[in-house]
Write a new protein. Structure first.
Length: 306
């Protein structure tokens, strides 16, 4: 298999030449995965890239390399400016209440002559028992991509390890982790590993037409993650189970009732073992080595918990 270090292909199938044009456009560039995609692309000699962001100031504060194009999925003109003449685009959409976001991105990609689209999706799409709002939205997004007339790669991921950063304030203040579904194991994945796979999919033609399921090397529950964090931080941490109704109410306040119900449904499936399948070798092959463990991720993010 061609390594992720191979030169980026242009729309004609050859390597990127450094000529005019944005090269690879990274949407969701300030997100958990997109920020690492941007950094990896910046390290590749001869690869051009740009960032499509709502807030260029946030991208600058994160130290993200590459020119930033201000825009939003609800603004087709900003998408047109960002994608015109691009070779490839990394697509991250995040609002299941706005399924038209994917339609707008693909329309702008086609109009701009984009050759290849890499879409970040979710492993739950493959679960026949998943029929909530989030699952249906991700399935529809994948279907739109495959029917869109462009070359594509789909990256389905498990829960990012970086979701544990939501516990940082309560860990710092009280030494407590509170979560719903404390015993439900998930093969969470390091966003940095997903980014390596994304760069490979963006730059190596052999990944076109593939759907990859990317999971971490071990299935851990929130309670077990709390134990790992305690060991890494060298302090006692207490795990507190959140009742379903409390979790639903909190998610409703933040995301609205429809998304909250989908998140509760997903948590129930995880409790039944739906997200426990670990890396089957797919991510390891894309990385050229083993995926990072949660303990390794936590060790690299100690400062954010103290």
């Amino acid at each position: 298999m061609t390594t992720p270090g191979a030169p980026a292909p242009s729309r004609t199938g050859g390597p990127a030449t450094g000529t005019a044009g944005p090269g690879i456009v990274v949407t969701g560039a300030t997100g958990a995965v997109g920020r690492h995609v941007a950094r990896l692309l910046a390290e590749r000699a001869g690869t051009r890239h740009s960032l499509f962001v709502r807030d260029p100031g946030k991208a600058a504060a994160l130290g993200l390399p590459g020119p930033a194009v201000r825009g939003d999925y609800t603004d087709p003109e900003s998408l047109r400016r960002a994608l015109d003449g691009a070779d490839a685009v990394f697509v991250v959409t995040a609002n299941p209440l706005r399924p038209e976001d994917d339609e707008r991105v693909l329309a702008a990609a086609r109009a701009g002559g984009v050759r290849h689209v890499v879409k970040l999706s979710w492993c739950g799409v493959a679960d026949p028992g998943a029929d909530d709002l989030v699952a249906r939205w991700n399935r529809r997004s994948e279907e739109l991509l495959r029917a869109g007339g462009l070359s594509w790669t789909v990256l389905r991921i498990r829960t990012p390890m970086s979701n544990a950063l939501a516990w940082a304030p309560s860990i710092r203040d009280r030494g407590v982790v509170r979560a719903f579904g404390g015993a439900a194991r998930t093969a969470c994945v390091d966003p940095r590993d997903v980014a390596v796979a994304a760069v490979a999919a963006l730059t190596v033609p052999q990944h076109a037409g593939r759907t990859y399921a990317l999971a971490g090397p071990e299935a851990l529950s929130p309670r077990e993650q709390t134990g790992v964090l305690a060991e890494v931080l060298g302090r006692r941490l207490v795990f507190e189970e959140v009742a379903e109704e409390e979790a639903r109410a909190g998610w409703s306040r933040r995301y609205g009732e429809r998304i909250a119900e989908a998140l509760v449904s997903g948590a129930r499936r995880r409790a039944g073992g739906a997200a426990g399948a670990c890396d089957d070798g797919t991510l390891a092959r894309l990385l050229g080595g083993r995926p990072r463990t949660f303990g390794e991720w936590a060790t690299d993010h100690v400062r954010e918990f103290i």
